[in-house]
Structure formats: structure tokens, C-alpha cells
Ligand binder design. Structure first.
Ligand code: GLN
Length: 200
């Protein structure tokens, strides 16, 4: 089935996400305006800087429309800062920092450290091994009962930290799968979008 997946294009790796989604058979659309959300069967929220993204969502009048669409069942996938944006609650946010919300979880911003703290490590995503690139990444402190954990850090001093989750039609990873050639995460999301469209 043909699906259109929007990529929120306020900042971040918009083109890399679009390319990965297209290689999974989706059509893609850059989203900067509320009206464009109506054409999307699903939405990717790239990484970047969540405080900047929050301010841009406010400036572009996108925060409320996005909340409404996600509440109404729009499938969404958030990577890194996008994971922060999909969290119902955050720790170590900037003063007054708002999220879109939707996933019943607490996410700690900059949990892996600041600025220089970036790394590449093997993690499993829903059972499949992949190389994960972390850039000033958050992690998930805790999840509600309805949230499925799709991956954790597997070694080192952060072992056990939750870095991939799914709740219904929403999913998030603390890492950046658009920066590797491995499309496991994008394929999973494209399938989720197809199934969701099928159900309607
Ligand atoms: N630390 C960033 C934030 O708080 C996220 C970093 C990223 O998306 N690569 O939004």
C-alpha cells in the first residue's frame, strides 16, 4: 500500500530521513505548515535541539495542530530531539519547555552528557541488531504500562537505559538511524504507518 510520510522540516536531518523512508517504499513530504499534516499518513520528527524545535513549533503555529493530529491517531516517530518532543514528561528541559507529548514516558534531556558526548554502539531494535549513533542523546527514565520497550543500551555504564519505545502508533529512538545505511527503524515505522492506514 502506498503511504505518504511527512518529515517535520523545521530543523535536523530532513533529507536523510526522507531518503531512508523512500527506500522503504514510502512517499515523503516536508512539513512546515499545519495544512501539510492533512496529507500525511505518518510523521517523522527528526533530531536537532528540542528547545529550538519547541520555539519553532510555536512560531509556526504547529504545536496545537500536531497535538490534535497525534491524539486523533496520526502515527509518529521521533528521533533524539524528536523523542523528547513525543514525551509526556521531560527532565532537565529548559524553563517552560513544552513537548507535543503522546507517549506515556519520562525522558531525560541530554542524559548521555553534553556537547562532546556522542557515540556509536550496537543496540537491538525490536530484536534486530543495529549500529546506533547517539548525539547528545536523551534516554527514557521511565515508561507507563502501555509503552513497549523496543531497545536498551546493552553495555557500559549506561547499560539497561531505555533508548527505543513504542506506544500504539507512536514510537521513538534516542539515536539517529537516518545517519547509517541501516533502515531497520524506518522500515518498522513505514510498516506501522501502512498498518494504521489499513485499519482506517
Ligand atoms: N540534546 C538535544 C535536545 O535537547 C537533542 C540532540 C539531538 O537531537 N541530536 O534536544
Amino acid at each position: 500500500m502506498s503511504v505518504v510520510i511527512g518529515v517535520l522540516a523545521l530543523q535536523g536531518d530532513v533529507r536523510e530521513h526522507a531518503r531512508a523512508l523512500e527506500s522503504c517504499g514510502a512517499r515523503t513530504l516536508s512539513v512546515r505548515r499545519a495544512g501539510e499534516l492533512e496529507r500525511c499518513d505518518g510523521l517523522v520528527i527528526p533530531g536537532g535541539e528540542s528547545t529550538t524545535m519547541w520555539r519553532l513549533l510555536r512560531a509556526f503555529d504547529l504545536l496545537e495542530p500536531l497535538r490534535k493530529k497525534i491524539e486523533a491517531g496520526l502515527p509518529a516517530y521521533g528521533s533524539c530531539a524528536g523523542m523528547i518532543m513525543l514525551a509526556d514528561r521531560i527532565v532537565d528541559g529548559a524553563a517552560g519547555q513544552e513537548t507535543i507529548g503522546g507517549i506515556d514516558m519520562v525522558v531525560r534531556r541530554n542524559a548521555f552528557g553534553r556537547q562532546v558526548d556522542s557515540s556509536e554502539t550496537t543496540v537491538h531494535f525490536d530484536g534486530a541488531p543495529l549500529e546506533a549513533v547517539f548525539i547528545r542523546a536523551p534516554w527514557v527514565e521511565s515508561v507507563g504500562a502501555g509503552v513497549r520497550i523496543l531497545g536498551r543500551v546493552e553495555s557500559g555504564d549506561r547499560e539497561g537505559r531505555i533508548v527505543a519505545v513504542r506506544q500504539g502508533r507512536l514510537m521513538a529512538t534516542a539515536y539517529h538511524p537516518e545517519l547509517t545505511g541501516d533502515h531497520t527503524v524506518h522500515r518498522y515505522f513505514t510498516d506501522l504507518v501502512r498498518q494504521s492506514k489499513d485499519e482506517e
